[in-house]
Write a protein that binds this ligand. Structure first.
Ligand code: 4AD
Ligand code: MG
Length: 474
């Protein structure tokens, strides 16, 4: 459909051609002498309006009511100028074939259905306008991400999904254990098949890795090893957090984009994050016009203007200390009171970007070391680290990054202070033994970017199959 209707004159150049459309019926309207079928194949938001009279081959299937909303069909016809005002061209059907019929219980009939309801139908929701558009824009953002980094000389690396370390040190990991194959069938529940000691504890010596392993919370530490060999690299893959946060911006499984820059400091890191965000936003405005218009009308009025501004303007940059001062002076009552040393809550982040700076993305830097991870480079003041978060309207934190501690003695000191075991970080410390280099990077939550770019309010609608506390299905 996009091949025909997506061109500069919306299909008029294809008039007179015979084409085939294969897709799913969105609506079917039978009048006395003609039947209108709206078909969508997911290639674009537009349906193809197919006009059919009784002389078309296969018409009996339409007449007998076999073809209904949700059915998959194959249609051959001629492209003709449309009589209607909604589209430039339509299809005059010669032949229709029912590929798979749809039971009348099909839950996504024409009437508008809520996004909450659609979350319970995650296997069928991509057939709606909203989820089709989100999927296409998500795809475009992924493509633009690779394009941006590739064009700028970054090398994509795969960081492992199973790991032994906790990059963020927040203890929000999912543990990976082995099920013993022989007992798996016998076991009523998988838990019974986890190797255990006599006392009922997990017997790690019998486990696959012979020690606890986890799903990664971030590929950063692994990315650092490649950045200190290949210079600029990036990862783009799934990450996992057992954060018990039932919010509209947290998932247990989300995708992260993590560039790591060698011979670079925090300023370079901020510049990269800004250029990246502006590039991908510009990319979807230029390449996903129909879907963006749809979001602009149905999901968030004004999103195109909002994103166009983001793609052009300079972002605000201020230190954590200045941000705290601003929040203290704000005439707003926050649920979480603000003082120097506190972690910024989403209400504070949103105040900064939405109210204090009128919707402009804000980069806050130099946070207290106590609220940040062990690997961040310590500033000369002894109490802050070279960290930066990028905050955007509606979402709050979109990006978290930092310059990394490249000085061995500082890094070891910090591990000791935090009572982290130096031995478990032997390979990470090695990078500071052998040719250490100033380096910096950031992580961007891909689903938060999808939210930001489409206006969908809930992160559960920004990923095909959301994983949240108490919910794993599909
Ligand atoms: O700020 P975070 O925790 O930073 C890191 O993991 C660093 N190791 C990244 C790096 O420097 N390479 O996470 C980075 C971003 C956040 O800004 C947020 O956008 C997203 O990941 N994020 C989540 N997105 C969805 N659901 C969650 N539970 C998320 N937790 C973090
Ligand atoms: Mg963060």
């Amino acid at each position: 459909i996009v091949d025909v209707k997506g061109g500069p004159n919306e299909g008029l150049d294809r008039v007179g051609q015979m084409i085939v459309v294969a897709g799913w019926v969105r609506t079917l309207r039978a009048q006395s002498s003609v039947t209108f079928i709206e078909v969508n194949d997911g290639s674009c938001l537009s349906n193809m309006q197919c006009v059919m009279t009784s002389d078309a081959e296969g018409y009996d299937q339409v007449k007998s009511g076999l073809i209904t909303t949700g059915a998959s069909i194959w249609i051959q016809g001629n492209v003709v100028p449309s009589q209607g005002s909604k589209q430039k061209v339509e299809l005059k059907v010669n032949k229709i074939v029912l590929v798979g019929k749809s039971d009348p219980s099909y839950p996504i009939q024409k009437k508008r259905v809520s996004r909450e309801f659609l979350r319970t139908k995650a296997h069928l929701r991509p057939r709606t306008n909203t989820f089709g558009a989100v999927a296409r824009v998500r795809n475009a953002l992924a493509y633009a991400t690779h394009k941006f980094f590739q064009e700028n000389g970054f090398i994509w690396i795969s960081s492992p999904i199973i790991t032994a370390s906790d990059c963020e040190g927040a203890g929000e990991q999912f543990c990976v254990t082995t099920l013993i194959p022989s007992s798996r069938e016998a076991a009523e529940s998988p838990v019974d098949a986890i190797p255990k000691t006599k006392d009922g504890l997990i017997d790690w010596s019998q486990d696959f890795f012979e020690k606890p392993a986890f799903l990664t919370v971030s590929g950063q530490l692994n990315a650092e090893t490649y950045a200190t060999a290949l210079s600029n690299v990036y990862t783009f893959g799934p990450t996992f957090r057992a954060e018990n946060s039932n919010t509209s911006r947290h998932l247990a499984e989300f995708w992260m984009i993590e560039p790591e820059l060698a011979f670079a400091d925090l300023k370079d890191d901020m510049a990269c994050a800004t250029a990246y965000l502006q590039y991908v936003v510009r990319y979807i405005l230029d390449n996903c016009k129909e879907d963006m218009d749809f979001f602009n009308t149905w999901i968030e009025k004004g999103i195109i203007d909002r994103l166009s501004t983001v793609a052009e303007r300079d972002f605000v940059q201020l230190s954590y200390t200045d941000a705290i001062e601003l929040l203290i002076k704000a005439k707003k009552k926050f649920e979480f009171p603000v003082k120097w040393g506190c972690d910024l809550q989403s209400e504070h982040e949103r105040y900064l970007t939405e109210e204090a700076f009128g919707g402009c993305p804000v980069i806050v830097s130099d946070y207290p070391k106590e609220i940040k991870a062990f690997y961040m480079r310590q500033n000369d003041d002894g109490r802050t680290v070279a960290a930066m978060d990028m905050l955007v309207p509606q979402i709050g934190e979109l990006i978290g990054g930092s310059q990394r501690e490249e000085r061995l003695e500082y890094l070891e000191g910090r591990l000791d202070e935090l009572k982290l075991n130096r031995d478990s970080y032997w390979w990470y410390l090695d990078l500071r033994h052998y040719g250490s280099v100033p380096h910096a990077g950031f992580g961007l939550g891909f689903e938060r970017l999808v939210q930001f770019a489409t206006g969908v309010e809930n992160i559960r609608d920004a990923i095909p199959f959301p994983r949240t506390p108490g919910s794993v299905e599909f």
